[in-house]
Design a protein around this ligand. Structure first.
Ligand code: GAR
Length: 207
């Protein structure tokens, strides 16, 4: 299976995917391209260091959002990937891309959906929301992307304990280490091995 990984920032989820392809924990998968909307994303360095093609398509370089959306989709389509992986990608996915890649785009979200998700909940804001509500358990969710924000079929979730004295940064790191870097590679491997299907908006995973 050939995948594209879309990134905006540090790229620790990208790194987890690269490492688990190299270790064989993710089977039959190659990263065809890493696409960033941000030319300064450290994720682009990680891709280059791993010898993976890395490109930037930024909304800033286009006069309108439609122009960006068209260019982004055209760029993606040149790589003929089977799966698009959103690994900390903070751009709203164009409707036409969702239509062309139905159930072939997955996202990692740093909470247990449907808690602390949707518009405005991304990155550290998710963990700030968790701490200000005082919940004792949070986690991460890997899901297929549909037209809504964090509303698509859920593939895998993993819970993580909130601890006394947590800051958003400390909690973010624990959620990454204990959940995100585990379930995102797992979901890719399951999809690569043909174990995942979507029926009536629900994901089924075969043994
Ligand atoms: C991750 O925590 C990811 O779950 C989150 O952004 C971070 C990116 O980190 N994604 C979202 O909030 C999407 N709504 P990374 O660049 O180090 O992988």
């Amino acid at each position: 299976m050939k995948i594209a990984v879309c990134v905006s920032g540090g790229g620790t989820n990208l790194q987890a995917i690269i490492d688990k392809i190299n270790s064989g924990e993710i089977h039959d998968t190659e990263i065809g391209v890493v696409i960033s909307n941000n030319a300064n994303a450290y994720a682009l360095e990680r891709a280059k260091n791993a010898g993976i093609e890395a490109v930037c398509v930024s909304p800033k370089d286009f006069p309108t959002r439609e122009d960006f959306n068209d260019a982004f989709l055209r760029k993606l389509n040149t790589y003929n990937v089977d799966l698009v992986v959103l690994a900390g990608f903070l751009v709203v996915i164009p409707k036409e891309m969702i239509r062309q890649y139905r159930n072939r785009i997955i996202n990692i979200h740093p909470s247990l959906i449907p808690s602390f998700c949707g518009t405005g909940y991304y990155g550290l804001k998710v963990h700030e929301g968790v701490l200000s509500r005082g919940v004792k358990v949070t986690g991460a969710t890997c899901h297929f992307v549909d037209e809504g924000t964090d509303t698509g079929p859920i593939i895998l979730q993993k819970a993580v304990e909130v601890k006394e004295g947590d800051t958003p940064e400390i909690l973010q790191r624990r959620v990454m280490e204990e959940a995100e870097w585990i379930i995102m590679p797992q979901a890719i491997d399951l999809i690569a091995r043909g174990k995942v299907s979507v029926e009536s908006g629900h994901v089924h995973i075969r043994e």
